[in-house]
Design a protein around this ligand. Structure first.
Ligand code: FMN
Length: 218
């Protein structure tokens, strides 16, 4: 399409009015507190799916992969997500237990970036996460075939129906490969966009038991 480049150039960005004010001088010493504040702000502002995030991992060759996932929890122990160990992300994390997360809350022109080592949580907490999933999500996860080639949609439907029957017979069934992971942040960056492009960026870096904060050029 000849005009696509122009069409893209003309699309607005950071256009909401008003955008939130972000004063780095008024921030807490701990990035989890600020992240929670921004997440609750996104929920209040009715940002669609504010708990959707991009998870980037790398394989043993160092080549990156990124995909969208749902945030399960966040506290001092880290940013949590769950996955089957045999999935693409699970295999990459086994080879290189380090990840980056990105959140983008478009109506607020806010982005948060998190980087750090990834640690599997206990079998009990992983099982609790699995059992809290919807029936359909449990059936799909029980198969443990995510991202493997699929011959036909009929094969998928038959396998998911079979897994749903197994779960109906044994509702407490939990695949041992289902894992709740925690990203133990070493860096967390808060990015507040501005229509005038004088974006405000604040990065927290782990420093011993605490955190140091620094501003970044936009
Ligand atoms: C909004 C959204 C939420 C998603 N949430 C999850 C999730 O919580 N867990 C998951 O395994 N895949 C989720 N997916 C699908 C993943 O993006 C991805 O396709 C899948 O995890 C396979 O990735 P992998 O091969 O890198 O393991 C979601 C996709 C979208 C668009």
């Amino acid at each position: 399409m000849a005009d696509l480049r122009q069409l893209l150039r003309d699309l607005p960005v950071f256009a909401a009015d008003p955008l939130p004010v972000f004063d780095p001088a008024e921030t807490p010493g701990d990035p989890v507190a600020l992240f929670t504040d921004w997440l609750l702000g996104a929920i209040r502002a009715q940002v669609p799916e504010p708990h959707a995030m991009t998870l980037a991992t790398a394989g043993p060759d160092g080549d990156p992969s990124a995909r969208t996932l749902i945030l399960k929890d966040v506290d001092a122990a880290g940013w949590r997500f769950a996955a089957h160990r045999a999935s693409g992300k699970g295999r990459e994390l086994a080879a290189r237990p380090y990840a980056a997360l990105t959140f983008y809350w478009q109506p607020l022109a806010r982005q948060v970036r998190v980087r750090g080592p990834v640690v599997p949580e206990s079998a009990e907490r992983s099982a609790a996460d699995f059992l809290a999933r919807s029936a359909g999500a449990r059936a799909e996860a029980l198969l443990g075939r995510q991202s493997r080639p699929l011959a036909s949609l009929a094969e998928r439907d038959a396998a998911v129906a079979g897994a749903a029957e197994r779960l109906a017979r044994d509702p407490g069934l939990v695949p041992p490969e289902w894992t709740l992971y925690a990203v133990r942040a070493e860096e967390v960056e808060f990015w507040q966009g501005s229509r005038d492009r004088d974006h405000t960026r604040l990065r927290y870096r782990r420093d011993g038991a605490g955190w140091t904060k620094e501003l970044l050029w936009p």
